[in-house]
Design a protein around this ligand. Structure first.
Ligand SMILES: Cc1cc2nc3c(=O)[nH]c(=O)nc-3n(C[C@H](O)[C@H](O)[C@H](O)COP(=O)(O)OP(=O)(O)OC[C@H]3O[C@@H](n4cnc5c(N)ncnc54)[C@H](O)[C@@H]3O)c2cc1C
Length: 265
């Protein structure tokens, strides 16, 4: 069995509010970057699948040289090797372009039985790259996966998280599986693995290596173009005093306020 985990490097969530729209549009956020938190669960599951069924787990990312740090984190957790896909021509890709590059990268690496992704990135928030990759590869897509029940030579059985319950589904392999945080608890890398990963040489595949022409990728091929980016207006802070004769009356008024005015329940 072979598992490929797709991971993105994103700004540290604590630093996200510091990024200005101008920095984001220029792709130069100027903040600490880490592995997208959702993707840690995908990496962990890729390693667990190797431990359960044997085989190889490969970490793959599309991004510039700084992305090596996120890939090294995946190696430190236990991935066997890492591959980076990058070319200046990939800049300004939309979801569809990102999915095309990743699908080509997977094919160039010899394919995979199971491709794992996170639920979404904390910066782009599209939650759509997995769908695009499955479509480009022409394989099964399983989203919201909270448990991998069983993998056989030909099929995968998973539990999908629904709003009110879980659904068990079976699909033919190969498959793209996007996971939710309920699936596992990502491990901390050991010191020895961190040291080993820090010395890893990560191969890079360019557009030419993937057989992609500049017209097929990046900003020129993007169907969805970023034209503006702005932060929400700061929320007005206010103190609301709930009056009432009894605790029961105050509680009822508070509930009414939260449900009908703030609409947070
Ligand atoms: C300078 C700049 C310009 C941009 N311009 C545009 C634009 O014009 N139009 C537009 O639509 N978008 C644009 N983007 C956004 C960018 O292309 C998105 O990051 C990309 O479309 C992926 O979407 P997402 O981050 O929302 O991923 P999601 O769909 O939320 O990601 C889901 C999962 O897919 C995997 N994944 C996502 N990205 C990668 C990756 N790079 N490598 C490996 N795995 C990955 C991860 O497992 C992730 O958890 C721009 C970004 C930059 C930095």
């Amino acid at each position: 069995m072979k598992y490929i985990v797709l991971l993105k490097q994103t700004p540290d969530t604590a630093e996200l509010p510091k990024i200005t729209p101008e920095q984001a549009l220029a792709g130069n956020e100027g903040v600490t970057k880490v592995m997208n938190p959702w993707d840690e669960y995908a990496v962990e599951e890729g390693i667990r699948l190797k431990e359960r069924y044997g085989g190889e787990t490969v970490a793959m990312s599309m991004g510039p040289e700084e992305v090596n740090e996120a890939l090294k984190s995946a190696l430190a957790m236990g991935c066997d090797r890492a591959v980076r896909l990058w070319d200046e021509a990939f800049e300004g890709s939309d979801v569809w372009g990102t999915a095309l590059v990743l699908a080509k990268g997977i094919e160039k690496d010899g394919g995979a039985d199971i491709v794992l992704t996170g639920k979404m990135s904390v910066d782009g928030n599209a939650g759509a790259v997995a769908h695009g990759v499955a479509c480009k590869l022409g394989v099964s897509l399983l989203t919201q996966v909270a448990k991998i029940v069983e993998v056989t030579e030909e099929t995968i059985t998973v539990e999908r998280l629904l709003d009110e319950g879980r659904e068990t589904v079976v699909a033919p392999l190969p498959a793209v599986v996007s996971v939710v945080k309920e699936i596992n608890e990502p491990r901390y890398p050991t010191f020895i693995r961190i040291r080993k990963a820090s010395r890893a040489k990560i191969p890079v595949l360019s557009a030419a290596d993937l057989g992609l022409s500049p017209e097929e990728v990046g900003a020129s091929a993007a169907k969805v173009k970023w034209v503006n980016l702005e932060k929400p207006a700061p929320k007005k802070r206010q103190v609301v005093i709930i009056e009432g004769e009894t605790p029961e009356e105050k509680a009822a008024k508070l509930l009414d306020y939260l449900m009908n005015v703030e609409k947070v329940i």
